[in-house]
Design a protein around this ligand. Structure first.
Ligand code: THU
Length: 157
């Protein structure tokens, strides 16, 4: 028997410590929380993806009265990016959220499992790591890749 382990290494930063392009992504993710349509959960998530061509594509969670028909902010952003700019690599994504009290969440908001899987596919297509910024009220987590959020992932290519 072999023991194996996976550890993830990430940084905690203040907004002022971010690079300019990261601050822009964080601003846009925070701004897009206001575009959420979430009358059922009242949880509002915004996501902003920087593409290799310099474009930033954003998304917000969109719910539906037939609950499973809704989608998360991250998938709304990444599928929109794939549809608008097919084949263009993803470089980075920022994710921000406001809670049911309508205030920015204290702790950085991490993507759900389905969004990790969806984002990983675009990272694999890019062939390079996609930086992930998880945005809290006062702190931001910077992760080196989507893969780091989804060890032992299912991937067929
Ligand atoms: N949500 C996201 O937009 N992203 C996630 O990664 C987790 C959850 C949304 C889905 C739903 O509209 C609301 O947050 C509550 O789960």
């Amino acid at each position: 028997m072999k023991h194996r382990s996976v550890t993830i290494d990430f940084q905690e930063l203040a907004y002022d410590e971010l690079e300019a392009f990261e601050r822009d992504l964080v601003d846009k993710a925070r701004q897009y929380t206001h575009n959420a349509y979430s009358p059922y959960s009242r949880f509002k998530v915004g996501a902003a993806i920087l593409l290799d061509n310099g474009e930033v594509v954003c998304g917000a969670n969109q719910e539906n009265t037939a609950f499973p028909s809704g989608t998360c902010a991250e998938r709304s952003a990444c599928f929109s990016a794939g549809a608008r700019f097919p084949g263009i690599k993803f470089r980075a994504i920022a994710i921000a959220a406001r809670g049911t009290d309508d205030l920015p969440v204290d702790d950085p908001c991490a993507p759900c499992g389905a969004c990790r899987q969806a984002l990983l596919e675009y990272e694999k297509l890019a062939g390079e790591p996609v930086e992930v910024l998880l945005v809290g009220r006062d702190i931001i987590y910077r992760l080196p890749s989507v893969q780091s959020l989804l060890p032992l992932a299912f991937i067929t290519f």
